[in-house]
Design a protein around this ligand. Sequence first.
Ligand code: SF4
Length: 129
Amino acid sequence: MKVFIVIEFLYRDIISEKWVIVDWKTGKESAEDRNQLALYALYLKKKFKAPLEKIEIRNESLLTSKCRTYSLTDFDLDTVNERVQLSCLEMGKYLIDEEENIPVGIEYFPRTSYEKKCIKSNFLEMCNS
Ligand code: SF4
């Protein structure tokens, strides 16, 4: 399954020979920030054969003006890879035909009972129609 990612900024520091991935955050820090960057690092490793020790991942917070740099291990990449695989499997349960991208019936997608979520939902218009 093809996974699409959108890296905000990536450059190669030719002095340190490091690949640097930068992601700007407008909101609060979350545990997911590191996982998101780990996914980008996995892409670099697979696509460009970039050695993990030469990949630097960084969050720049626009809210606090702080920068956080993470170092990753093979375990981190294995974990994020596994999460992607599990997520694909979960999504696959909602398809009758994966090749044609045909979903199961609408009855398998119940509305949330926590309606506060709906305000920010990308599917609000579709859901209310
Ligand atoms: S609007 Fe979004 S969050 Fe609310 S029920 Fe529909 S899909 Fe779920």
